[in-house]
Design a protein around this ligand. Structure first.
Ligand code: GDP
Ligand code: ZN
Length: 285
């Protein structure tokens, strides 16, 4: 059995392994051995398969325990994007952790943490700086031997810098373009699975941009458990939460218990997860 880092093996037509997969191989040697079988995944991220015209999915990372949902405190922070990433992370089956990066750029880190906590319901929020080392040790609890962590966040958020800081090495090229060594610009060859000295593994996959919200219902329920807690408490059991009398959602918003932006965000993501033909009645319990 092998843990897949990158394309060192040839796969048969029927199995499509991805980073983090465990596979059974018929061993010859690197590059010539053949993957016989991809073992069932405990968690995964998927995107639409670009080579397929239908709704086929393609896994882009597998068998991870935690997702570090990363946003930078240098202006990149966006609560709505954070909610979207968290929904996807819950949907993967793994446990999300919000990692606010570039904390050295923020004036008031604790306020930033509070804002993140208000949308990352029940999720641990940490602020770090790969530059100064601030907060890095707080991530240790997730970096136990045998644990695998996926780094999820926009380009430039500091994923490569975090890998380098945690590995104490310059494994990953930082920044968009690395100045040339005489051979012109390079496209960085992206290392996708890094084994840290302590035994944890980091997966940084560049293919995360295309992750979509389809089939993310469960993730949405977990990410918005504070919102869904009001369902079933309305006067009418088939309340659509659109202004009916005795609506628990409306009351929670009126009482200041539930932020209206949070409710709007939930509705928006709910619609995104639905195909156009079955939007009808989606808010009924
Ligand atoms: P990636 O695209 O997510 O892998 O992001 P990089 O790690 O390549 O970082 C993008 C830019 O942010 C680079 O210019 C880094 O030097 C910078 N950067 C990363 N981490 C920090 C940090 O903690 N503090 C500051 N000030 N800059 C950082
Ligand atoms: Zn209602």
């Amino acid at each position: 059995m092998a843990r897949l880092k990158r394309g060192a093996y040839r796969a048969s037509e029927s199995c499509h392994p991805t980073v983090g997969d465990f596979v059974m191989i018929d061993w010859v040697k690197d590059g010539e051995s053949r993957i016989r079988e991809t073992l069932p995944r405990s968690t995964f991220f998927a995107r639409r398969d670009p080579s397929s015209s239908g709704h086929a999915e393609q896994a882009v990372a597998a068998n991870f325990d935690y997702v570090f949902v990363m946003q930078a405190l240098d202006g990149d922070f966006n609560e709505r994007r954070l909610e979207r990433y968290l929904t996807l992370s819950w949907q993967s089956g793994a446990v999300p952790v919000v990692v606010l990066t570039k904390a050295d750029c923020a004036e008031d880190v604790s306020t930033c943490i509070q804002i993140a906590e208000s949308v990352a319901f029940g999720v641990d929020v940490r602020a770090i700086s790969a530059k100064t080392g601030m907060g890095l040790s707080e991530l240790d609890r997730y970096l136990e031997p045998g644990k695998t962590i996926v780094l999820l966040g926009s380009s430039g958020v500091g994923k490569s810098s975090l890998v380098n800081a945690l590995s104490g090495d310059d494994l990953m090229a930082v920044g968009e373009v690395r100045e040339s060594d005489g051979r012109g610009r390079h496209t960085t060859s992206h290392r996708q699975l890094t084994l840290l000295e302590g035994g944890a593994m980091l997966i940084d996959t560049p293919g995360m941009r295309e992750l979509g919200m389809w089939n993310a219902d469960e993730g949405l329920s977990q990410g918005f458990s504070d919102v869904e807690a009001y369902f079933g408490k309305c006067r009418f059991s088939d309340c659509r939460h659109e202004g009916e009398p005795g609506c628990a959602i409306a009351e929670a918003i009126r009482e200041g218990e539930l932020a209206p932006e949070r409710w709007e965000s939930y509705l928006k993501l709910k619609i995104e997860t639905r195909l156009a033909d079955d939007k009808e009645g989606f808010l009924r319990d």
